[in-house]
Design a protein around this ligand. Structure first.
Ligand code: RUB
Length: 323
């Protein structure tokens, strides 16, 4: 590792996030926080960063920038980096290292606790005998369903497969393991099955100050259909999904992924000259979402800005920026 090159663990985590081996907003956040702890350990053990606090700090900022550049939409990633770097303190490398490792561990503990707490809030919205519909794979959404099951409620699920990456398969397996009877459907069958479900439960990658929910592509269409069918839809999202930059008018970047996820090379060749686009996320306007369920309780989407101001103030620092 040279002074400006992040530790191997950071490069591996960044690669795993970019290729979606590590995916889902909360999982990305905890992997990024853990990678910063690895960076701190490596930087404290070798080269100039081991003896020069300024070089150590610079190496931490560079590692955070590498992690930040992997995927643009889930705000939990910069929020995790911010959490750790803002708690980096001390005059010596040893103290700096300890502060980073402690902050990283505290962040991961907080993440797990928040998921448990929001799971209880979300579970309160579900009744014995309910059927839920899911989209993509969200650990926060699953916490609500799994907690309801742990409370003794009988819950069944209609799981959308979620093209093109089919994260619905992960959801189906996890729910089956939790003892939930699962029906897997293709995305385009969702409206038909809405007649048979009591709730739609989704996660979020980011929540904007106006209450807009940014989640896996297809969430907004599902929400509009759910409203038309009179089926309540909730977003389960711990507060690290709140996007502080939207307080000052910024929009959330929607990741565009490779066309190879949509169409293989052979089909592409056979069809000929066409454009293929592959947006990974979309925005559900607040009027189509019934509730945002967080570890601090449930909120109507339009009121989330109050919580966001309490937690993040009026803006978002970028502690990874070069001085
Ligand atoms: O849209 C996705 C995952 O997209 P991708 O598979 O492209 O990362 C999930 O609904 C959110 O990230 C929330 O997940 P969690 O609740 O686990 O944070």
């Amino acid at each position: 590792m040279t002074e400006h090159e992040p530790a191997a663990a950071v490069r591996e985590t960044a690669e795993a996030i970019a290729t979606m081996e590590v995916r889902g907003a909360a999982t990305i956040a905890s992997a990024a926080a853990e990678a910063l702890a690895e960076q701190a350990r490596a930087a404290a053990a070798s080269g100039r960063t081991a003896s020069d606090p300024a070089a150590f700090r610079a190496s931490m900022r560079a590692a955070a920038r590498t992690l930040r550049e992997t995927r643009p939409t889930a705000v939990s990633l910069p929020n995790a980096l911010r959490y750790v770097l803002q708690r980096m303190e001390g005059e010596s490398v040893d103290r700096l290292r300890r502060s980073v490792v402690d902050a990283s561990e505290a962040f991961v503990r907080q993440l797990d606790r928040a998921r448990e707490d929001l799971g209880r809030v979300g579970a309160n919205r579900l009744a014995d005998g309910d059927t839920v519909m899911t989209h993509c794979h969200s650990t926060d959404a699953l916490a609500c369903i799994e907690t309801a099951v742990e409370q003794g409620k009988s819950i069944s699920a209609v799981v959308k497969e979620t093209r093109p990456r089919q994260q619905g398969h992960i959801t189906a397996e996890q729910l089956r393991d939790a003892g939930v009877p699962v029906t897997l459907i293709v995305d385009s069958a969702a409206r038909r099955y809405l007649d048979e479900v009591d709730h739609v439960v989704v996660g979020a990658d980011s929540i904007a100050a106006d209450g807009g929910v940014i989640n896996k592509i297809g969430t907004s269409g599902l929400a509009v259909n759910a409203r038309e069918r009179g089926v309540p839809i909730m977003t389960a999202a711990q507060t690290i999904k709140l996007h502080p930059e939207t307080l000052t008018g910024h929009t959330v970047e929607i990741e565009m992924r490779d066309e190879a996820e949509v169409i293989d090379a052979e089909a592409r060749e056979a069809i000929g000259e066409i454009d293929v686009e592959n947006p990974a996320f979309d925005v559900t306007p607040p009027r189509y979402m019934d509730a945002i369920v967080t570890e601090q309780g449930q909120f109507p989407p339009e009121s989330i800005v109050t919580l966001m101001r309490d937690l993040f103030g009026e803006g978002a620092a970028e502690p990874w920026a070069e001085p």
